[in-house]
Design a protein around this ligand. Sequence first.
Ligand code: HEM
Length: 139
Amino acid sequence: MISTLLLRVSVVLGLIGMTLGMVMGIREDFTLAPAHAHLNLVGFVVPFLAGLYYRAVPRAGASVLARYHAWIAILGAIVFPIGIVVVLLSGSAVLVASGGVIVLLGATLFAVIVFRTTRRSAVTTHSAAAAERTAVPPL
Ligand code: HEM
């Protein structure tokens, strides 16, 4: 299930991001604050929300596009914050630029998936199917 991958990877990246925040606080060196912020947001919050969306709307999570989205989002969530670290410490912007493009590509795929699965017809069909599954059988 692609939602499981997103939920699990996001909490791990969130733990790494929060640990980086603790380390920054202990060392009183906030140079890497933008990397910490983006790892927590692009690595934890955003993929966790996508994982929840795929749980709430299984049709969206079952699509092939969702698979592409998940892997691209995970790749971007790793490459982008590392790219921020590199640009802050060495000035080279190659990795941060590539990471940014990957993150944007993943976000675009997710936007397409959300638009497709929130169309009135898609929502109605899904709700009807869900209602059928949870319907209490007549006595
Ligand atoms: C254990 C948890 C966390 C710790 C110890 C922590 C620690 C820190 C520290 C020390 C800073 C730098 C403050 C400064 O520059 O004066 C910071 C900045 C920031 N943190 Fe966290 N943080 C944690 C969790 C989070 C989470 C979960 C998010 C987002 C979901 C987040 C988002 C941010 C943002 C947006 C900034 C500002 C970055 C900037 O100014 O460039 N943090 N955090």
